[in-house]
Design a protein around this ligand. Structure first.
Ligand SMILES: [Mg+2]
Length: 241
């Protein structure tokens, strides 16, 4: 189980925090905002450069190959997100045959490239950066190894977040239980669910996060989300500490 800080920058108030991979430095703030990726900061599909293109020759064959994976094969998808299946294995099992124009690893390379090109919702990034002046900002995502590898390259993200919780590294999904997903990180940073806000588009996850003691905003529109985050950061309730 690993958690990494993706921010190399120094902060005026920092404390060393030892994790499984390295010594990282995080600000000494007493509250944390966990922000989801898909459906919150970003809405792009994997292989966006192919699947959202009107002209790409592989668009239709890839759409047909990936649709069952993303709509029906839930256990396969969850295994990919828990890190028990790799992107290499997933691409191999798609069974897309490529003609001579493409190298054999084209779909895998393009998966990684498109992840690195993903963009963040600008309005939410701005509000998170305002919150970052006195809160920790942590990306909390049920996501795949390809996304995890791309995080340090995603524009806007590395300047916004202090750390990443990704299911493919943790081996557990938010849906498996908020305590197992968030609890170890909170304890490691001497924080409690009562010190935390979750921004997530999955209502069930938000509800279990509230039951654990946290605050949660079910993300629907970006306008409402930004307003709710601003209200939370400007009107703090007493910390657990
Ligand atoms: Mg989501």
């Amino acid at each position: 189980m690993t958690i990494r800080s993706v921010l190399p920058h120094q902060h005026p108030r920092v404390a060393p925090s030892l994790d499984a991979e390295s010594v990282t430095f995080l600000p000494l703030w007493s509250r944390v905002v966990f922000v989801d990726w898909n459906g919150v900061l970003n809405n792009e599909p994997f292989w966006a450069s192919i699947l959202t293109s009107n002209q790409h020759p592989l668009r239709e064959v890839l759409r047909r190959a990936t649709m069952p994976l993303f709509t029906e094969q839930r256990e396969t998808l969850r295994a990919w997100m828990r890190g028990t299946l790799t992107s290499e294995a997933i691409v191999r099992d798609l069974g897309v045959s490529l003609d001579r124009r493409y190298k054999p690893d084209f779909l895998l390379r393009r998966l990684h490239e498109d992840c690195r090109r993903m963009r963040c919702a600008v309005a939410l990034v701005e509000e998170l950066r305002a919150a970052k002046t006195n809160h920790l900002i942590v990306l909390a995502t049920d996501n795949m190894d390809c996304f995890w590898r791309a995080v340090p390259s995603i524009r806007d993200l590395t300047k916004t977040i202090d750390a990443v919780l990704c299911s493919s590294q943790l081996g557990v999904l938010k849906k498996d239980g908020v305590e197992s997903f968030f609890g170890p990180w909170l304890r490691r940073h001497n924080l409690d669910f009562r010190d935390a806000l979750l921004l997530d588009d999955t209502a069930e996850t938000c509800e279990t996060f509230r039951v654990a003691g946290g605050a949660a905003i079910v993300v629907t529109t970006m306008e409402d989300t930004v307003a709710a985050l601003r209200e939370w950061r400007l009107n703090p309730r007493p910390s657990s500490q």
